[in-house]
Design a protein around this ligand. Structure first.
Ligand code: ATP
Length: 420
């Protein structure tokens, strides 16, 4: 299947918004066994959009556009495509009803302008938007007049906001595509997520043992993220399922407990799941991560069964007042020290009554580093029924990456303690 992706939006061309649809949709399609052959981004203007769509229609079996389906004056994708294809736009009563219900649920009047989103090209398949108003649309051109070979093509239009596009793709478009376009040989893939080892170390550990699988047609991809390396295994030959399963076993043997999860699992997902199964509770006391740890944990549905409290204790005074960190400990070891991390964790556990408490104290930089404690130094404390422990890392990255990596290390410390 030849697939082309067209992302529309002047904000993309101005660099105001990162084109995450490009990455996200390409990855989703790759996991279905389809490679996107070409991707372009264009401004919200008639000529560039029509030119891009016309060009893709001349050779692709499936064209996906994103953005420009909303009610504002720059949302012109639907109209332009209907014009290009010579399709009439008609009001879809199902969509009108959906938009009315959407605003009723928000207890807001329905703006008259949103009604334009119910204008759909005649004959198009309509995918209602569970998180917004503009529906997704799919039009079959059979035969496709823009193609010399007179074969047919599908044109799919998706809304711009990621929180609308992603669930629409996952829940409606993906099953529809799976029925419509079966890959020649089904693709088997598995992503294993690891933490605590850099990308080149992971690759170094896997190179030799994975060679025999590569010889049999396995593809290995590495994706490095802050504090995490994903290893993607894929194959589509006969016997691909067994090949991927054997390769997974070998990766797990080579990386041991550094592998924490599969596919899109995050450390916080595992921790909330395991702790709620065990009816355990958690408190976090953060200095240098400024609440990121609590933020990550509260992104997981069901977090309230586990997380009792998250304290951001940035100053020494706050560490004393809210956690009982001793004046002498602060004076003797400094706020960024194993001793303070331990007292923070013990204090958070004691004061909240949680089964476990995590703490972080560190130097995010760019200032504040010393020879003994360079920028990037972080101490992580863990208090639990078995006692207290701390680890020490140096993450000399920019502030955001420092926070992300440090929170990952804290979650990993807890994972290693509670994993069965
Ligand atoms: P709306 O009803 O919000 O107008 P729409 O379907 O018309 O929806 P756009 O107006 O094109 O979509 O985009 C809405 C918002 O979605 C943009 O402001 C942008 O923040 C985000 N967005 C659009 N395209 C992308 C993209 N390719 N990658 C990431 N975010 C995007």
């Amino acid at each position: 299947v030849v697939i082309e992706l067209i992302n529309t939006g002047s904000e993309l061309m101005l660099g105001r918004v990162l084109n995450t649809h490009q990455q996200w949709l390409c990855r989703e399609l790759a996991d279905l066994g389809h490679l996107v052959t070409r991707q372009v981004a264009v401004a919200d203007q008639g000529l560039p959009i029509q030119a891009a769509v016309r060009e893709s229609l001349s050779r692709a079996d499936l064209i996906i556009t994103t953005g420009g389906l909303g009610p504002t004056s720059d949302d012109i994708t639907r109209d332009l495509i209907a014009e290009l294809l010579g399709c009439r736009l008609i009001e879809d009563q199902n969509v009108v009803g959906h938009i009315a219900r959407f605003f009723a649920a928000l207890k807001r009047p329905m703006p008259e302008r949103t009604r334009v989103e119910a204008q759909v090209p005649e004959g198009a398949a309509v995918f209602l938007n569970a998180h917004g108003t503009a529906p997704g649309l799919a039009i079959e051109l059979s035969p496709n007049p823009f193609r010399d070979d007179a074969r047919s093509s599908w044109l799919v239009m998706l809304p711009g906001p990621p929180r609308e596009l992603r669930p629409m793709f996952t829940d409606s478009i993906k099953p529809w595509l799976q029925r419509l376009f079966k890959p020649d040989a089904p693709l088997f893939c598995r992503t294993l997520r690891s933490t605590g080892l850099g990308e080149s170390i992971v690759q170094g550990k896997l190179e030799a043992p994975m060679q025999r699988f590569v010889n049999q047609g396995l593809e290995i991809g590495y994706c490095a993220r802050p504090g995490q390396v994903d290893v993607r295994l894929a194959a589509r030959n006969p016997g691909a399922a067994e090949l991927v399963a054997d390769a997974e076993k070998t990766v797990r043997e080579a990386l041991g407990r550094r592998v924490f999860g599969v596919e899109n699992e995050e450390l916080e997902d595992l921790i909330i799941r395991w702790m709620s199964e065990q009816k355990q509770t958690l408190a976090v006391a953060e200095s240098c991560t400024g609440g990121l740890l609590a933020n990550r944990l509260t992104n997981v549905p069901g977090a309230s069964a586990v997380l009792l409290a998250g304290l951001v204790v940035y100053s020494n005074e706050a560490k004393r007042k809210f956690l009982g960190v001793r004046e002498e400990t602060l004076a003797e070891h400094g706020a960024v020290s194993a001793a303070v991390a331990l007292e923070m964790a013990a204090g958070a556990r004691e004061r909240t009554g949680a089964t476990y408490a995590l703490s972080l104290t560190g130097i995010a930089g760019p200032g504040g580093g010393t020879l003994q404690k360079p920028v990037g130094t972080v101490f992580i404390g863990l208090a639990g029924p078995e006692g207290v422990a701390s680890v020490h890392h140096v993450n000399p990255w920019d502030r955001l990456t420092f926070k992300q990596v440090s929170s990952q290390q804290a979650l990993d410390l807890l994972r290693m303690r509670i994993e069965k």
